[in-house]
Design a binder for this molecule. Structure first.
Ligand code: B12
Ligand code: SF4
Length: 420
């Protein structure tokens, strides 16, 4: 039996330097299928989808709300050609009712423990419309993702260097931030994968990693254990915020911390201090800047950009508040009648789809564009990204030289350029 899993493309933020990363959801879902199944994964972000590719079942994996229009269109087209289509991924849990109308079956929530039953039902000709877990997965049951299903060298490399591998060491978050769907998707408990399994998975990854855990910061003890165990592995990694306690920062640095994403939506000394402490430990910072909160007015947003320039962020990505389904922000904006569009293709964090409290939607959209421009007036985002990449590429070159390893072949760039 053959299963073809497709990861549909989505609208990228136009001002952002484009890097396509190898998606984890489809690889994790593939690992949850019974061993005797033959699986192919196509990431439409890097290669065209062959709709006529022979397959007994086609799985469509959707992570983002703005990925669903393309995912649903692919599902409709495949079903029109007689294929049996199963939809899964985070966005299916967020858009469950809509997803049902485009599939033979949907998988709501984590795939662990659900796909063996789905395959058995399919083989016996009684596929159910919905497969759903009643509780979150036990992290000891999470298999290693099938990383070999993606051609990293061909599709996910930059000038011959393989880009980050996505790694998940835990799920869930005990915090509850208004714009975030994680409490709904992953639960309010921090569920940690057994350390030996994480280390086994890391051994199969490239040197550069993105630890996709929602929030490592929620658990100081876990950060110490994880970072302690990663010291000496020679990895360099990116993550969401980590604790800025000196011991955690020291362990993170020794474990290869490269840079952290940091959500920023206000002006405060606390943020300035956090960025400084991370920098003091050699860890760079990419700010994910959120515009359009109720307290933001035009004056504030202008001062905000000045502030961001003074705290010496290494890279910044500007986004507008987006009322993703199953978030506190969506519930509140809905109750106040302030949601203006449910065209999911606009839910890419770069379009204003709600009525801001202190300005018009057009003003917020204009200020969002201005924020990208003003922040990058002196250094483009591409230049900033290069500065972020350069130290780890230099380290890698030095390491290869010292060990007599060949330099990476300068081919397979996913930025479309030819390396010299
Ligand atoms: C990695 C990631 C990214 C990467 C994606 C890289 C890639 N190639 O996929 C990047 C950095 C590009 C990204 C970007 C964005 N992201 Co993001 N991202 C994540 C993150 C951290 C991890 C997702 C992941 O890989 N999880 C691990 C895998 C194993 O889990 P999974 O996908 O759920 O898969 C499981 C199941 O769903 C199921 N499954 C998956 N696929 C399939 C398929 C089938 C057929 C079946 C049966 C089952 C199945 O099986 C798996 C095992 O159980 C999540 C938060 C989180 N921790 O989940 C946010 C998250 C998905 N992102 C989010 C957001 C908001 C964004 C942005 C829009 C804004 C921003 N600045 O972050 C941007 C996109 C902007 C744009 N227009 O381009 C939101 C989702 C909002 C939404 N509803 O759209 C999330 C949930 C974060 C949050 N806290 O709210 N992101
Ligand atoms: S934004 Fe981060 S810390 Fe807040 S609830 Fe979401 S995952 Fe947790």
């Amino acid at each position: 039996m053959h299963v073809h899993i497709i990861y549909p493309t989505w609208p990228k933020l136009p001002h952002q330097t484009r890097f396509d990363l190898p998606p984890l959801g489809p690889l994790q879902a593939a690992a949850c299928l019974p061993d005797d199944i033959d699986v192919t994964v196509t990431d439409e972000n890097v290669q065209p989808v062959d709709l006529d590719r022979p397959a007994d079942l086609v799985g469509i994996s959707m992570m983002l709300t703005c990925q669903t229009p393309r995912g649903f269109a692919l599902a409709d087209e495949l079903r029109a050609r007689g294929r049996t289509v199963v939809l899964g991924g985070l966005a299916v849990a967020l858009h469950e009712d809509e997803a049902r109308g485009h599939a033979d079956a949907i998988v709501v929530g984590e795939a662990e423990g659900q796909l063996e039953r789905l395959v058995r039902d399919f083989r016996e000709g009684r596929l159910q419309p919905v497969y759903r877990r009643t509780e979150f997965a036990d992290m000891a049951d999470v298999p290693d993702p099938r990383r070999e299903l993606l051609d990293k060298r061909r599709f996910y490399s930059h000038k011959g260097w393989e880009l980050v591998d996505l790694v998940e060491t835990s799920r869930g978050c005990r915090f509850s931030c208004a714009p975030c769907c994680t409490p709904f998707l992953g639960g309010r408990t921090h569920r940690i994968r057994p350390l030996d399994r994480v280390l086994g998975d890391l051994a199969r990854c490239s040197r550069l990693l993105f630890l996709v855990d929602n929030s490592l910061e929620q658990d100081v003890g876990y950060q110490k254990t994880l970072f302690g165990a990663m010291a000496g592995l020679g990895k360099r990694w990116v993550s969401h915020p980590i604790s800025v306690e000196p011991e955690v920062l020291r362990l993170a640095r020794d474990a290869g911390a490269w840079y952290v994403y940091h959500a920023i939506f206000t002006v405060s000394d606390k943020i300035r201090d956090r960025v400084r402490m991370l920098h003091d430990h050699g860890i760079m910072v990419e700010g994910t800047i959120l515009l359009g909160l109720d307290e933001h007015d035009e004056d504030f947003l202008k001062r905000f950009i000045d502030f961001l320039l003074t705290i010496e962020l290494d890279v910044a990505e500007f986004t507008v508040l987006t009322p993703f389904p199953h978030t506190e922000s969506a519930r509140r904006l809905e109750a106040e009648g302030r949601i203006l569009s449910r065209d999911w293709s606009l839910y890419d964090a770069g379009h204003v789809v709600f009525r801001p409290r202190r300005m018009t939607p057009d003003t917020l959209q204009r200020l969002y564009e201005e924020a990208w421009r003003t922040f990058h007036a002196e250094q483009s985002q591409t230049l900033r990204m290069s500065k972020l990449l350069l130290p780890v590429l230099r380290e890698d070159r030095a390491r290869r030289r010292a060990s007599g390893e060949a330099p990476p072949p300068n081919e397979g760039n996913n930025d479309g350029s030819v390396a010299r």
